[in-house]
Write a protein that binds this ligand. Structure first.
Ligand code: HPA
Length: 281
């Protein structure tokens, strides 16, 4: 897997040549947080296409860039546009940006996404704090010779989503009076939405939400010892749970509607995480 390491080092050098910024929190912006950067005091941006060796999206109109700046004085690097496995990249490319943000210095990874609700108690428009995940349906980004510089061969996964970060996010949501569900996120490859039978399978396996990103990113970040937290926006009830067929447009429109609340919760949570990191020092 020397190629993976070489690619990563090349990207890292390229970023460091262009940007002098040390983030504490790495934030992945999913659907619903597309405009989140307006909440940030932005100091620099870097298009993925400006980074030598970076996997650039094949999807027309997909902008992708790192945005560097501050959220309530906490130094943050945000990923505006992520790389999805269904676009055809190898898993090592999909998680390259996550690894890169760790190498820039980020200690905490804050993941966000839009997901389909599998839990029958859920309804469209809710936010769900991710408490655990099922990534077994997508290839592991850790397959291949281990990159010892990043982490161990057989990483422990007993607490992927950090207990203390979860506590801080729950407390923030409560203070802001933002309803927040909790649940298990399951990643499938996509890009097709699931069939009703697949959704029944997901529910039997213990999933509360289903999506096409995130879990593989958490596996790579966990390998590198990052503290991870994540929030899913339940944009729709999963296939077969309502009479309506699913469409990307519906997902995006729902995401736009919930954006202000989602943004507020993320900002409040990052501020709380920043305070807690300071206390630890
Ligand atoms: N399934 C998978 N991914 C999704 C969904 C869904 O129903 N909604 C948003 N992302």
């Amino acid at each position: 897997m020397e190629k993976t390491w070489e690619k990563l080092s090349k990207c890292c050098k390229s970023v460091k040549k262009k940007i002098d910024f040390q983030p504490k929190v790495a934030l992945v912006l999913g659907s619903g947080l597309g405009d989140y950067v307006k909440e940030m005091k932005v100091t620099a941006t870097l298009d993925y296409s400006e980074i030598d060796g970076f996997p650039v999206s094949t999807v027309p109109g997909h902008k992708g860039r790192f945005v560097f700046g501050y959220v309530k004085k906490v130094p943050v690097v945000a990923m505006q546009g992520r790389v999805h496995y269904y676009e055809g990249y190898p898993m090592t490319d999909v998680v390259l940006p996550i690894r890169l943000m760790r190498m820039m210095g980020a200690e905490v990874l804050f993941l966000t996404n839009a997901a389909g609700g599998v839990n029958e108690r859920f309804h469209a428009g809710q936010l769900m704090l991710i408490k655990d995940q099922i990534s077994s349906f997508v290839p592991s980004p850790l397959v291949g010779p281990n990159l010892d510089k990043l982490g161990v061969r057989f990483p422990d996964m007993s607490e992927i989503y950090d207990r203390e970060l979860r506590r801080l996010i729950k407390k923030t949501a409560k203070e802001m009076e933002i309803p927040l569900e909790k649940g298990v996120y399951l990643q499938l490859t996509g890009p097709a939405y699931e069939s009703p039978a697949e959704i029944r399978m997901c529910r039997l396996l213990g999933a509360d939400a289903v999506g096409m990103s995130t879990a593989c990113e958490a596996v790579a970040a966990n390998h590198m010892g990052m503290r991870i937290c994540g929030i899913s926006f339940i944009s729709n009830l999963a296939c077969g749970m309502t009479d309506q067929p699913l469409s990307h447009k519906e997902v995006q429109e729902a995401a736009d509607r919930v954006a202000p609340l989602f943004e507020k919760l993320v900002t409040g949570s990052i501020a709380a995480i920043g305070r807690s990191l300071k206390q630890k020092k």
